[in-house]
Design a protein around this ligand. Sequence first.
Ligand code: SF4
Length: 694
Amino acid sequence: MTTTTIRATCPHDCPDTCAMLVTVKDGIATEVKGDPDHPNTAGALCTKVSRYVERTYHADRLLTPQKRIGRKGEGKFARISWDEALDIIATKLKTIADKDPLAILPYSYAGTMGFVQGESMSMRFFNKIGASDLDRTICASAGSVGYKYTIGAKIGTDTEQFEHAKLIIIWGSNPIASNLHFWMKVQEAKRKGATIIAIDPYRSLTAEKCHQHIDLLPGTDAALALGLMHVLIRDDYLDHDYIKNFTLGFDQLAARVKTWTPETTAKICGIKPEVVEQLAQLYGTTAMRGEAVAIRLSYGLQRTHGGGMAVRNVACLPALVGAWRQPAGGVLLSSGDSFPKRLDRLERADLRSKSQSQKRRLINMSTIGDDLLKPDSKEFGPAIQAVIVYNSNPIAVAPESSQVARGFAREDLFTVVLEHFQTDTADYADILLPATTQLEHTDIHATYGHLYMMANNPAIAPLGESKPNTEIFRLLATRMGFDDACFSETDDEIAAQAFDPKDQRAKNFDWASLKKTGWQKLTMPDAPFAQGGFPTASGKCEFFSAQMQADGLDPLPAYIPPYESKASTPELAQIYPLAMISPPARNFLNTTFVNVMSLRGTEGEPYLDIHPHDAQIRNITDGEMVRAFNDRGSMLMKARVTDKARVGMVVALSIWWKKYASDGKNANELTSQRLTDMGRAATFYDVLVQVEKA
Ligand code: SF4
């Protein structure tokens, strides 16, 4: 028996991007564990990925190509050969492309975060065809845009520094479920005497372990940040020197927040005025003492109408008090732009012909439900005729799910799905192709939570007839007659181009070395904006943004109310009085892992957390089945009567596969396709519902 240990990387949509060690015995992976030497992973994986062996060898793994033999959505397939599958796909795509390649659409997201199996060969393929572009907005684009208007790029406090902070505000995030290794740093900071505060409408696992939990109403985070700025300026908790040298638009900001008194703020946020006063004072006085104040900002708060502005407002706070001066101060939304990525080389937009480049079309993945049902028109262009889905599960994850399912049910739509399992989306495929998991292919990763370039080596051979995404698109490219040299590149050759070795940050990046060591930290200053140097147009932290003005937005921090709330739509709230959010369940990661028995067993079944007051007036008791509904749809869940959900709000932990629910539905039945103020993102947490006994 031969036993080896392979260096790998967790590929999932999680900021931790853990370094994994895979034990392989005689070609079989027997254990996946965290690398004890990786400073962020520190030897621990989350519960989900600790079960990676169970997931990889799951009895339901797709192991051969298949062709649909039942109705769309029915999930009936017959095995076919790779040759037959590739011939069918290439013939169909050629026919469509001959007429108008914009009728072809890729649909992908973060099923893997790797550059190689994500958007390398796949995008080369779609660029060469001249397909429609996918606007990848479903998770983070509102916050990303809001942050960039203010700070210039997604660069922030190094996760490893948080343990040295004196005050940590966890804003719109539940790290115990979705940023575990950051939580480990928080625990360390707590042991050293730091104060930890959670801002979240829901008393999550994280919120209940913090010193204070501020349970504001969903979609009101921007208002809270304005109120905090009001107090900081009113009481002069300011680093005047930092503001003078490294920020832009302070006077306009001061004028803007003048009316945002704690009373006004508290009324909008559904909290007490003293909560605003005390938080601002704690933040301000801690910073004025020269101690590090840090904010871990995540994407929860940007899933509402004004989500981009909310992130922008919060991103203004550190500059006011000079928090950026210290390595452990500032704010971290994402470390994604710290990496010198070479997407041009990976994705090769230059493969588009001149006419294709002039005639591009962007389809928003968050409105796929409506867009799949649009006919040809001058305004929209050609109706979508083919969708190739990889690294995503739109039927379960995209908003207004029943509309998405109607779109994918179109008989004249040709759908190809690359998958590990027969997901809700796979049920609608015409051709279903078996893809490899992270243990079976090569990849290279950046991350959005720490500062390490990460390598993934294949630990085992592909199971059954499964193939890496790259190989599937390589074979399709050959079938389509694409002979550009880039379609012959190996996965190693692609990985070697991911980062720019000439860039100071990734100095000496070399794929062959990275494969051996598994990870390498970027060269970044400890405190990235201690001396300003913001990557904005002005080089400063922009309280006033000329770019926003040019883009038709309010150039100053503002509050944009939710589309649906008691305050903004009182008539709608008469019918649907409860705000609903659907944050991640601890044992699932988007829809990945829902079919892993041990994890689904722990989650149990779809639950709706409802406050005892809201339950009582509806005569709902703990454990009984309830129906949540609005104009877009309805779903059945088991009620959990708990004060973890604040009065007036219900929580449906997500994202369940629809096929595992008793009524075949999940929380996205109720979400809408309306988009955020900036970044064209989904508004998953901007939803009103009514709840009744089932
Ligand atoms: S999901 Fe996140 S915490 Fe879990 S192993 Fe992957 S990167 Fe680490």
